[in-house]
Design a protein. Structure first.
Length: 279
């Protein structure tokens, strides 16, 4: 297959939306080939608009997955990531790929929210998938915030949340401080106000006692579960997802029993520190 640079002008991209505000399948792109600057910017614009992009029929290698991610920033090596050591890969891929199997728990979450500067986004590739089940759902954080009752918006507008990842970091020999981020962050490029709580990392709200924090988070969790905010993606062989981690939450559906499902994720680093612009 040719490795010539893929120009946007050579393409007839197709955009099939999954939801009015989040999720789109993009056709007409071959991820085995390098992207031109023009196509890279086109895809970035689509990402900002749709928050998560999906590509079908992409028979790419791990290194090609990494190369695609590098179009959008430096890679971030997760401290609990890594791959099986017997697999032969180039160093850049080995240290930046995280392997997901059925043993991982499911929660509505956003990646690396425990960091001062959480990741920009991620590229996820299906490696081994069940015949049925194993979908992933993305939730539009801006739509969630817009849809909140006004009293609940007012309640959370000035609050910060801590996402506690300390146990996993200690097991990996990593020291990192606890960090608090706004429950509602302003997207640094679109300006949207994004509901941004990672329910998978023992969240607790700053300046509230545990009972009040737990009750408020439980109420917010019910809002996140509303299907009108969701794009649900059914994985097929050679499917790839690329999402903006700053724009919302996602959830891996564990409905496939003990099937050895394997996904590989590349995280794209960022120096953005979550903040809130009050209007």
């Amino acid at each position: 297959m040719s490795s010539a640079v893929l120009e946007a002008s050579d393409l007839q991209l197709t955009i099939d939306r999954l939801n009015p505000t989040i999720g789109a399948e993009v056709g007409g792109v071959d991820l085995t080939r390098p992207l031109s600057a023009q196509l890279r910017e086109q895809l970035r614009e689509l990402l900002l608009k749709h928050k998560v992009l999906f590509f079908r029929d992409q028979d790419i290698t791990r290194d090609q997955q990494v190369a695609f991610a590098l179009n959008f920033g430096e890679l971030y090596a997760h401290p609990t990531g890594g791959v099986e050591t017997h697999r032969v890969v180039q160093p850049i891929a080995a240290e930046n790929i995280k392997k997901y199997t059925a043993s991982n728990e499911s929660h509505w979450h956003t990646d690396t929210s425990w960091r001062i500067d959480p990741s920009f986004g991620a590229v996820l590739r299906a490696v081994t998938i069940p015949e049925v089940g194993g979908d992933t759902i993305w939730a539009d954080g801006a739509a969630i915030y817009r849809g909140l009752p006004e009293d609940l918006k007012a309640r959370i507008d000035d609050l910060y949340v801590i996402h506690d990842y300390q146990d996993a970091l200690r097991r990996s020999g990593v020291k990192y401080p606890l960090v608090a981020h706004p429950i509602v962050r302003t997207h640094p490029e679109t300006g949207e106000d994004i509901f941004w709580v990672n329910f998978g990392l023992k969240p607790r709200i700053v300046d509230l006692d545990k009972a009040e924090s737990d009750a408020l988070l439980a109420r917010l969790y019910e809002e996140v579960k509303r299907p009108e905010y969701h794009a649900r993606f059914r994985w097929r062989k050679n499917s790839v997802a690329f999402w903006d981690n700053r724009a919302g939450l996602h959830f891996a559906v564990r409905d496939y029993g003990d099937f050895p499902r394997v996904m590989e994720r590349v995280l794209i680093a960022s120096d953005d520190i979550p903040y809130r612009v009050r209007r």
